[in-house]
Design a protein around this ligand. Sequence first.
Ligand code: ATP
Length: 958
Amino acid sequence: MPPSYSPHFLPFSSQFLTHTIKPSLFSPTMKDRPPSLYGAVYVPPHHRLISSPNNQNATKNSSAPAILSKLRDHQNTPILNAKGTASPPSLPHLQQQQQQQQQGTYNNNNGSKSSNNQNAQYNSAYCLGISENVSDRQLDLSLQSGTFDEANIEEWKQKLAMLLHDDGKQELVSREKKDRRDFEQIAALASRMGLYSHLYSKVAVFSKVPLPNYRFDLDDKRPQREMSLNFGLLKRVNAYLGEYLSKKSRNKESFSDNCFSRSSSNSSIVTEEGLFEQPEPLASGTAVMEKILLRRSSLLRDQQQAWQESLEGREMLEFRQNLPAYKEKDTILIAILQNQVVIISGETGCGKTTQIPQFILESEIDSARGAFCSIICTQPRRISAISVSERVASERGEKLGESVGYKVRLEGIKGRDTRLLFCTTGILLRRLLVDRNLKGVTHVIVDEIHERGMNEDFLLIVLKDLLPRRPELKLILMSATLDAELFSSYFDGAPLIHIPGFTYPVRTHFLENILEMTGYRLTPSNQIDDYGQERMWKMSKQAPRKRKSQIVSSVEDALRAADFKDFSRQTQESLSCWNPDCIGFNLIEYLLSYICENERPGAVLVFMTGWDDISSLKDKLQAHPILGDPSRVLLLTCHGSMASSEQKLIFEEPEDGVRKIVLTTNIAETSITINDVVFVLDCGKAKETSYDALNNTPCLLPSWVSKVSTQQRRGRAGRVQPGECHHLYPRCVYDAFTEYQLPEILRTPLQSLCLQIKSLKLGSISEFLSRALQSPKLLAVQNAIEYLKVIGALDENENLTVLGRYLTMLPMEPKLGKMLILGAILNCLDPVLTIVAGLSVRDPFLTPLDKKDLAEAAKLQFSHDHSDHLALVRAYEGWKEAEKDLAGYDYCWKNFLSAQSMKAIDSLREEFLSLLKDTGLIDSYATSCNGWSYDQHLSRAVICYGLYPGICSVVVSF
Ligand SMILES: Nc1ncnc2c1ncn2[C@@H]1O[C@H](COP(=O)(O)OP(=O)(O)OP(=O)(O)O)[C@@H](O)[C@H]1O
């Protein structure tokens, strides 16, 4: 029987907080109660389900869910269930308990025999702490008269002395009224003994460490979770859980592995996440296997030859032969044959991405080694890994999944004969976690290394280490720029091959040309971008401010020196009031409608900075008579957080007479070819992670792109026909752009990277990073390590803690903090999640702007068809309140979560991660939602599922 989870079941202790048994009912029997095992010791909220050890027998019969028993195991303390069944107590059941107590059937904890042993299990730590010897009225009176109980003070003297001498205890917590009454005296006593004290509403705390002003874990008024789920959904979740639990009991062994330990090369994480298949086992000896591979190789060669000789194959070859890369085919193949590392720089459109991996594959297949080779080509983004693999498969006259496949997170097509695999850099890094030598891989091609993303730079250090261990492994680095010498010298003078670019002519227009051509007039007010009512703060950001933004100040000199005298007076006036901080929604709208009405057919690709810009502009364009008319315009968006299936729509051709307009971020900047793109509009900016010097916090803010990026954007037009590129900024601003963007490793916080280094067991973080292509500053590395120690992800010796290992599971993505917080919101401020969220408030990637985004994201999520809308909004409000006192989180993080509870949490997480993988819930959940990336879904799902099964219901209900 699957365990049933009541929809009203409140996580951890929250139900006990609100449904505590009325104190007065206990007074007669609890009066002389000797101190319990816990005494007045602080019991973390999620441990408060735990009963007195007197009741251990009850657990023996309990078939409580595994999750509860895990918690018990880790705490060495019995978990007691009211019914002695698998189901945690529901709200109505608790009310029943209260009634039973009123009828006197409950027992106290002083050892006398209970008439109902199971009921006694409800004597939670809270219940134990509510013995009362004074009534409210008495308390008020004594407070007024300033009296205090000498005996009580004496008792506290002893308790505090014991606390001081007990290294295992940090604080004492009391909810007793007499202690609140005597608080000042006890606090004075504590202070004399060098202890700290604080009265939180009705809870007195005495501690060895300073106490914050707010402790959410002691706040009874925290919003409660009030989930009500429809029956169908509940049934589904229960069925999943039941299936999982029964499977688990049948096959206990298979779940005993810690799915977070990735050191073992056989770790199930490889197959469970479908990252890569392990090389096929040499089933019946090497000789037999060799024979099979030889047979497959000759089959592959026959297929390749058949395609090359077919009419379509010949036509395709003709097209390929016209690409500049083809002319270098022999040079490239010889260089690869003779060197372990080769660096290829190829200008946009030369064919490096689609052709070079193909040359290697073709040559291996031609020489009957097809089945022996395994080529991995990394791409910085999912969209390019998928679209390039599709293109290469079609150039080979095959379906995806034959000799060519792809793998991105949670998605991929790969068959038995797949020899060329396109994947994201992150996927290759994750493979390295479980297969440090890249067993069976013959070639690694790292594309777009000029982008110098964090993952790419990290991968290069790891690969450089690997090369001596795998002398037969070939490494090919591909860059779109000529600065490849840097890479060559990093790899001990590896040979460099340069391929000139190829594009059809692309006419370039800068802002001054656009204004002149269209007659559009810029004014201060028509440049303010309309982000809608909800996002007023963004608009206000664009209003004139005292402090200049980085965007403005970096081009100020260029603008001052610019000379527009060859342009009309109107254009000059427009340029004099041009606001660099704005994207220019109105101008883009005008320009798009100008193109629709005056220009030849062809799709338009508009480069924006992020989802806010894209969605707001889309709303605006949809209201336009021409641009919003679906019979004339197909309006599409492309953003990293969209599902791949949605991203792929941008490659489809619209019906005749309909113009495709794609609003995109820089994810469409490199490696992709949208066949029908003739026009490119470039706002000149992209969101970039950097430090906010003013607040000394890292942030993700728009900044000017580099000249190389501009060329790449321009290069998206003119790939299959002549094109036009409109840059929405003056030429002088372009001239002021830097040639290349600063590598991510030098401009962003290093916390995630440090965790990856540790999880890959790459030794000392600073030593490892000192071997990077361009090493980050030692101080930045030390700061990151210190940060990780403070949050408890690394221990004093720089080893990963349980939390650290958990965090490495999460993707290295800037919005991680948001996901953590959303996880907390969904769980309605469950204490543990809130602490995790507290951590994320300090997440290096979470900016003040992000927090506002978060509010929106939360609202957006709540506005889904969700019956708990109001409860969640209330929870969110509660979160905002709690967020005010970050010190509280810090306190709990350091003093509470890093203790024994971490173990229990990890164990819960492990169990539910297995569940998640087993039931395929991650996949079904992720694919059913739009607007969030798989990474985001995954991290949120892991967090939500990982901490409590009840959350399953919430997650799948979205
Ligand atoms: N999906 C496609 N449909 C049609 N033609 C394509 C497609 N993909 C690539 N091509 C053609 O192949 C050429 C080379 O593409 P490829 O992606 O290999 O270029 P590249 O050198 O990697 O350039 P970049 O770095 O700018 O992406 C393109 O310019 C285009 O003409």
